[in-house]
Ligand binder design. Structure first.
Ligand code: MF3
Ligand code: CO
Ligand code: CO
Length: 251
């Protein structure tokens, strides 16, 4: 391993851990009565206090520091005056830049008591992410990851989102390869040793085509399910090694 690669790995490990610590810090605030704007401010201030930068802020014009995707919002939910209420589920997606390296992670949280359906789809999304991560090793393909995710999700009676997925990550936020939540074994891009990707499947209750919405002043879009039924997502940033994935966004 060259010193440049060792430096890159160390940088990604530190940024990944900080992203995970940020999610953990925010978790107790995700309660009925708080607004998603308040969560944005809490996360923004925490990230700055750690000497890091919230990657979403001003990214292609995105106006906030985190994404808060509630109930039928698939991803890129923009924090606003929405008040969380008992029974909601919310994906909080945090990306930090520390020392030039990106750590990107998200979880779906329960607000108070949620329905059995909400619990089940959230459980499915987390396990689907882990199934995808299980496929990661040097020389495996993005199709291997997508195939494993889609097989698991289909058997559970849910539907993967095709249009949006994981991505390469490093000193930039989004890079090649695209990491789909569907695919064929052996197809797609080969995973390269010591590079990093995210695995971030989005799981819907139905197969109704998703809806896309503009964000004023931004080229980023946000998405909901076609029929406003539930959706859930989890995300980790992982390092590709010969032995498998090293999950970076843990603490
Ligand atoms: N964190 C998201 C992802 O997992 C991207 C958010 S881009 C933003 O790739 F502009 F919406 F913040
Ligand atoms: Co991501
Ligand atoms: Co993310």
């Amino acid at each position: 391993m060259t010193p440049e690669i060792a430096n890159h790995i160390r940088g990604m490990e530190v940024a990944g851990k900080m992203a995970a610590e940020t999610l953990k810090y925010a978790e107790p605030y995700i309660k009925a009565g708080i607004t998603t704007n308040e969560i944005d401010k809490i996360v923004h201030d925490y990230i700055l206090s750690r000497g890091a930068i919230p990657a979403p802020l001003n990214y292609h014009g995105f106006p906030k520091s985190v994404c808060t995707s509630v109930n039928e919002i698939i991803c890129h939910g923009v924090p606003d005056s929405t008040v969380l209420k008992d029974g909601d589920i919310m994906n909080l997606d945090v990306t930090v830049i520390y020392n030039g390296f990106h750590g990107d992670t998200s979880r779906t949280y329960f607000v108070g008591d949620v329905s059995d359906k909400a619990r089940d789809i959230t459980d499915c999304a987390e396990k689907a992410m882990l199934k995808g991560i299980d496929e990661v090793r040097t020389g495996a393909t993005t199709g291997d990851i997508g195939f494993a995710i889609n097989k698991f999700v289909t058997r559970r009676g849910y539907y993967v989102v095709h249009e949006i997925g994981g991505h390469g990550i490093g000193t930039t936020f989004h890079q090649d390869p695209f990491v789909p939540s569907y695919g064929k074994k052996g197809k797609g891009d080969k995973l390269k040793k010591w590079t990093c990707i995210t695995v971030e499947p989005m799981i819907n209750e139905t197969d109704k085509p998703i809806l896309e919405y503009d964000i004023p002043g931004s080229s980023i879009k946000w998405y909901t399910t076609g029929d406003k039924t539930l959706t859930a997502q989890f995300e980790h940033t992982v390092l590709i090694t010969d032995e498998g994935a090293q999950i970076l966004t843990i603490c």
